[in-house]
Design a binder for this molecule. Structure first.
Ligand code: MLT
Length: 282
């Protein structure tokens, strides 16, 4: 295991950097850290260089006071990833995988730094912004976490993060996700919720994205539903029809990488291999 730390734009960024060869960057969701990708890191590192950072505030990465107060924008998470690639001396375009909130950051990466991308994987994520109700409940959770001094207000998300069968029959998975949420700080929860509450609706901008794209969704995802992810794939395909595909993952809700790890690993590996092979880099 290669944990590395870098100073970037006022914070410390922690990243797991494993394996060698063509790079795959894995961006975690909320309120989690890079360890949600453990199964994928272990499997993919035999064939690729896997770069799995803790986004600003989560896991071993830190925040500034302004981040906590104003929230971390999705653009800032994306800029951190670019800073990290520079620090790791990865100048070539890479495959980036974004899960849920990590996907919100990936949209910004694709729209602002398209030259850094060889392929995009959107895993259980959304293109729309929040409704007024969703925005209000995010801001409320941010306040509650700061008052509690821990991430406990986020534990209420747990039943919705996994499929109903996972929640009732697979306590090992539920316990692992719960433990990951409990490890995060109140500040990380507040900063991310305040940032997500004001994120852009990118639906109308998906046509600007021109690199090959894979969408992955759990068949029972109640947060970023299969129907919504099909719509994203359709919009992306308007400009890139041969290069956009969608994989539905069985036996999984929102947290496909943990609920059905081998299906997600295989989809990412196949897609990444094709992206790098088509440019002669694999
Ligand atoms: C996530 O899994 O990252 C969250 O569900 C994203 C969100 O709260 O919108």
């Amino acid at each position: 295991m290669a944990q590395r730390e870098f100073q970037h734009s006022g914070v410390r960024l922690n990243v797991e950097d494993r394996g060698s060869g063509a790079p795959i960057v894995l961006l975690h969701g909320f309120p989690l850290d890079h360890r949600m990708w453990q199964a994928q890191i272990d499997a993919l590192a035999g064939h690729f260089r896997v770069v799995a950072p803790d986004l600003r505030g989560f896991g071993g990465s830190t925040l500034t006071d302004a981040d906590i107060e104003r929230g971390v924008s999705m653009e800032k998470y994306a800029a951190d990833v670019v800073g990290l690639l520079d620090a790791l001396e990865i100048a070539e375009p890479v495959v980036v995988v974004g899960f849920s909130m990590g996907g919100y950051a990936v949209w910004q990466l694709a729209l602002r730094w398209p030259a850094r991308l060889r392929g995009l994987v959107l895993c259980d994520t959304r293109a729309v912004a929040d409704s007024d109700e969703a925005r209000a409940s995010r801001l409320k959770m941010a306040e509650s976490a700061m008052q509690a001094g821990n991430s406990s207000p986020a534990l209420g998300m747990l039943p919705k993060l996994v499929a109903p069968e996972t929640y009732s029959d697979r306590p090992d998975i539920v316990d692992a996700v719960r433990a990951m949420i409990e490890r995060q700080s109140a500040e990380a929860v507040a900063a991310a919720q305040r940032g997500m509450a004001r994120r852009e609706d990118v639906t109308g901008r998906l046509r600007e994205i021109t690199c090959p794209t894979l969408c992955i969704v759990g068949v029972e995802d109640a947060i970023s539903t299969p129907q919504e992810m099909h719509q994203i794939a359709t919009l992306l395909a308007e400009t890139r029809s041969p290069d956009v595909r969608l994989v539905e993952v069985e036996a999984a809700g929102h947290m496909t990488p943990v609920e059905n790890p081998s299906a997600v690993t295989e989809a990412i590996a196949d897609f990444s291999r094709e992206c790098y092979l088509s440019s002669g880099d694999f």
